[in-house]
Structures are given as structure tokens and as C-alpha cells.
Design a binder for this molecule. Structure first.
Ligand code: SF4
Length: 216
């Protein structure tokens, strides 16, 4: 087996182990090998005609899900649409949150206990993960899996946040030095941290783990 094959094989074993754990916790989780399979799985899962809210995620865009949903006529709500007027933002956030499906990724997912760890600035993304009337779908690149809670929290700040603030052009120290310094900047994006330990009561939660690096 060559080095690349061994790496892919390792990803598959890790992804399947974590899916097994998540299924025991009450999620409906499965592993797919690459982003093409992730796109296919998500399109099969979300019924045609269902409304879908996507509260800011690089992963969902990378797999091409938003474009495909729009092509088949689904109503997709995103508050980060550059065309959106500031006065319409609040209504769009509500529309996004109350969609029949909420599709997002996670900043980190622990392999040992299956905990989803997320950091948010406004709270709409983690709020909708914790409660929203629709079904929840996480799409998670293999790079988001960490051994435990400590490494998950470190990943969320040191790995996930710097590229994200650079992308969004925030003036915070991690954008300059590439790691978290637990800043007190007025533009600090780390304001709310959530740890989802089980699917919330009464909510259908799905997880697709992808054997490729996706998102930050
Ligand atoms: S606390 Fe500040 S420096 Fe640390 S990741 Fe968040 S924004 Fe960046």
C-alpha cells in the first residue's frame, strides 16, 4: 500500500469509528469517501422542495451543495449573501433558522465522546444548532475530528478561526499571527462556545463524515 492509500485508509477507519460512536448517541451518521459522495448523500437526504438554511459554512459551499439545491428548485436561505441589504438581514436570519433543514459543519468533533464543538460571534449558527424547528445536517471533513475535548477547543480557536477571520477581513490578532492569543479586540469573533453532547430532544440530526479535508 502506498503512502496516500494508507492515509485514505486511515481516514476511513477514523470516520467509521466516529460514525459508530455518533449512531450510539442518537445521531444518524455515516461515512463517505469524498466530497462528490457527500454531495450525493446530502441531495438524497434532503427532499426536493424542502427549504434549507445554511448559517455560514465553508464546507457546505466546497462540496457544491448550495448550487445543486438551488438548481433543483429548493429554497435556500443564507444571511451572508453579499446582495442582501442590511435592513433585510434580520428577516433573512429568521428565515434561515426556521427552514425545514439546517445544514452546517462544525469547528471540531471529538473522537472519544462524539462532542460537536463550535465557536460563534453572533450566535446564529450555534443557536440554530442547539435549537431550530427543522432537521439538522452536519457535513464534517475528516480534518475536524480531534481526539478529545481539549484538542477540539484548541482546534476551534487555533486552526478554524484564523483562516476564517482572514477570509472575512476582521482586524483581530489571530489574523496577523495565525493563532489565538485570547484577544480582547472589539472585533473578537469568539463570543459563544457550544458543546453538543447528544442530539437535542425531539430533533432529527444527521451527520455525514467525509474522508477528505474540508473547511477550516
Ligand atoms: S479570541 Fe481573538 S485571537 Fe483568539 S481566535 Fe478569537 S478572535 Fe482570534
Amino acid at each position: 500500500m502506498d503512502m496516500n492509500e494508507a492515509k485514505i485508509n486511515g481516514y476511513e477507519k477514523l470516520g467509521e469509528t466516529v460514525c459508530k460512536k455518533l449512531n450510539k448517541l442518537g445521531y444518524s451518521a455515516w461515512f463517505v469517501k469524498n466530497k462528490e459522495e457527500a454531495l450525493k448523500a446530502a441531495l438524497e437526504l434532503i427532499p426536493e422542495g424542502a427549504s434549507v438554511g445554511v448559517p455560514g459554512t465553508v464546507t457546505v459551499r466546497q462540496i457544491g451543495l448550495i448550487d445543486e439545491l438551488k438548481k433543483r428548485g429548493s429554497k435556500v436561505s443564507v444571511h451572508w449573501d453579499p446582495e442582501l441589504k442590511p435592513e433585510d438581514r434580520k428577516a433573512r436570519l429568521l428565515e434561515e433558522m426556521t427552514s425545514e433543514w439546517l445544514v452546517t459543519s462544525t469547528n471540531a468533533l471529538t473522537a472519544d465522546e462524539g462532542v460537536f464543538v463550535n465557536i460563534d460571534g453572533s450566535g446564529n449558527r450555534v443557536g440554530a444548532m442547539a435549537w431550530a424547528p427543522g432537521k439538522l445536517l452536519y457535513i464534517v471533513g475528516i480534518n475536524k475530528i480531534t481526539p478529545d475535548l481539549e484538542t477540539a477547543l484548541k482546534r476551534a480557536r487555533n486552526t478554524a478561526t484564523p483562516p476564517n477571520v482572514i477570509r472575512l477581513n476582521y482586524n483581530v490578532p489571530c489574523a496577523a499571527v495565525g493563532h489565538c492569543v485570547n484577544c480582547n479586540s472589539h472585533e473578537r469573533v469568539c463570543r459563544i462556545v457550544t458543546m453538543m453532547e447528544r442530539p437535542p430532544f425531539g430533533r432529527e440530526c444527521h451527520v455525514i463524515i467525509v474522508g477528505e479535508e474540508l473547511g477550516y
